[in-house]
Design a protein around this ligand. Structure first.
Ligand code: T46
Length: 133
């Protein structure tokens, strides 16, 4: 599956920790957009779509949430709970996020600007699309 966990080096000292994100370095693309979600309500499921072209790296900078990732053949579930870990999600992966902790701040870096026409929001259409990739 076209996903990968990327270790992010934390620079720690007696003041605390700092992590730097650099395009084409620890983030393997040109960063065009950054967004983050927070104050996610209990029991909420987000995502439920795939992207035709978009690549992203998601980081739980605070708290935790779970991901379901599905490439049309295989389905994996994982927990993001470490600000020193990025989840690279390539194009054509169905994603769902759930079990957000109350304090969760999920930050996402993306290689394209927001474009609604890049979304596949219907799971059956997604399966059709990945057949032709
Ligand atoms: C993804 C997962 C991980 C914008 O106006 N600009 C943006 O850059 C984004 C991402 C969203 N929006 C608007 C569109 C909706 O009115 O914000 C609202 C919530 O977006 P959405 O329902 O798409 O949020 P999620 O959490 O279902 O999905 C988001 C990303 O959209 C998506 O690309 O992979 O997070």
């Amino acid at each position: 599956m076209k996903i990968k966990l990327i270790p992010l080096q934390a620079h720690g000292d007696d003041r605390g920790s700092l992590i730097a994100l650099e395009e084409e370095n620890n983030i393997p693309f040109e960063i065009k957009r950054v967004y983050y979600m927070f104050s996610t309500k209990d029991g909420v499921r987000r995502g439920l779509h795939a992207h035709k072209r978009l690549k992203q790296v998601a980081i739980a900078v605070r708290g935790s949430c779970r991901f379901v990732l599905d490439d049309g053949t295989e389905r994996v579930e994982l927990l993001l709970d470490n600000p020193a870990q990025g989840l690279l999600i390539d194009s054509c992966i169905w994603r769902e996020m759930y079990d957000f902790s109350e304090d969760c701040v999920l930050m996402v870096l993306a290689d394209c600007l927001y474009d609604e026409s890049d979304y596949i929001r219907d799971y059956e259409k997604f399966l059709e699309e990945v057949k032709h990739v």
